[in-house]
Ligand binder design. Sequence first.
Ligand SMILES: [Zn+2]
Length: 292
Amino acid sequence: MARSAAGVRMFSDDGRCVADPLLMRRALEYSTALGIVVAQHAEDPRLTVGAQAHEGERAARLGYTGWPPSAEESVVARDCVLARHAGARLHVCHVSATGTVDVLDWAKGLGTAVSAEVTPHHLLLTDERLGTHDPVNKVNPPLRTDADTARLRQALADGLLDCVATDHAPHAVQDKDREWAAAPPGMLGLQTALSVVTHTMVRTGLLDWRGVARVLSERPAEIVGLPDQGRPLAVGEPANLVVVDPEAEWTVRGAELASVAANTPYEGLRLPGVVRATLLRGRLTSREGKTV
Ligand SMILES: [Zn+2]
């Protein structure tokens, strides 16, 4: 009742992990009664004090304090246990590490009502980008290793990771364009998401276009409970559609993106998959990149 009255489908404190287990337990218990899913930004704050980049050889060489994968894995493991005991639904935001996939495998095997997302940037980019010293590559959780991107791609293909979400974070030039340690984390991701998924998942043979619809549309709609979104293409269904040319390619130019910000980590990159048109409830809303 409260949920339908307010239209609330998900509670989140993204950016700031609910580190207190008692608070998280209560949040999960209350949300169960309301039928709402709780989304967690899994980051143990004690394990990531001063963290600047993925904890590894590259961060060490540059003198950056590391953000260890265990800070994510341990919170996801704890939340899965709490959710199972509370009979609650948990959603894990932006999974970045191999070990977190293992935790999800274990928790889902036990029947825990947990769903999880991965960002396009964690499917494609690694901490090799630290070598650029460009804070456009600074993000939270951080870009990790080749082994992590490979595992995240496989887990998305297998359904262990449910969906793709962008963690889209525009920043003004004056805020983002400073030395690495002083720059805020976050990057643009919305307009490039489909192309990065096409590049990392379709061109590699890990997903077909049916699978793309599942991870970018159907599962997100199911997780937050949007009954008129992520529906099959059929007579009588709502026409909420994206028309894609899968063979066409485009070159990312931050200045040309439909955002007031330009902090894209894909600047100059040629990517496959061009959106030709979008429709919402049967009405054309964009065509060739222009709002109708
Ligand atoms: Zn977050």
